[in-house]
Write a protein that binds this ligand. Sequence first.
Ligand SMILES: O=C(O)CCC(=O)C(=O)O
Length: 272
Amino acid sequence: MSFSREEFEGKGYVVLRGLIEPECRRAVQRECQVLVEELAGQLAAAGRISQTFAEAPFERRLMLLYRDLPEETPTTFRRQLHLRGFFGLFAHPRLLDVAARTLGPEIRLYPNYSVRPKLPHDPRTEVLWHQDAGYTPGEAQELRMMNVWTPLVPVRVENGCMQFVPGSHRQGVVEHEKDQHYLRIADHIIRSVEGQAVNIELDPGDVVFFSNLLFHRGLPNSADQVRWSLDFRYQDATQPTLRPAQGHLLRSRAHPEQVVRDAEHWAQLSFG
Ligand SMILES: O=C(O)CCC(=O)C(=O)O
């Protein structure tokens, strides 16, 4: 399945099925398991849990670890992602090829890359209607970016898939209001288009590219397992990030010596 730039520009998103190979996904999942193992060790050492659920499946272990500590459940991992196994996904050649067709030859990983373990019935993980650009101060509509979202488990409405409003990226950056955990698009703007929302149901290996101006949200998870996913963003690296952090260069004709070389190099760097 190939990427259509016309579709991306028309709808504001494109789904590509089966793009990430099992080997790459397994490497990512192994690193997520390392993160969970670390948390289990910390909770056990602090006497906060009586068992570490070492045999529990990936989809359930984090949930079991925190079942008596709901307020403390991690909702995102960011600073922890400089582990070797994440590099193959963030710098996946096919993802970078797609990004290069729209953004050009200078591509950075924008300093906003996350793993989200969306736990069931946790209000802190219901991501409200927003545009990513709504979170960036200044001239965010000028940023040439492509967002990527990909799951490690099958994602449906029931376990908290994303919803998009097709074509909404053409409205520019709209008014956002502060809610308890997230920003959300002002009611008078979202109300008129919410009925057009589509569910973005994906399987492991599938990827969705979407505009940083697209109206989107992440539904709550009402299943009995963790909805593991990753979201990250590519940007034309000739532009400023409009954030204090500069991200990491993944492709460059102008400055090849500054590109993150490989997984070892990635693991020596830090978030930002
Ligand atoms: O994963 C989710 O539920 C929401 C993610 C999101 O809003 C994003 O990637 O911008």
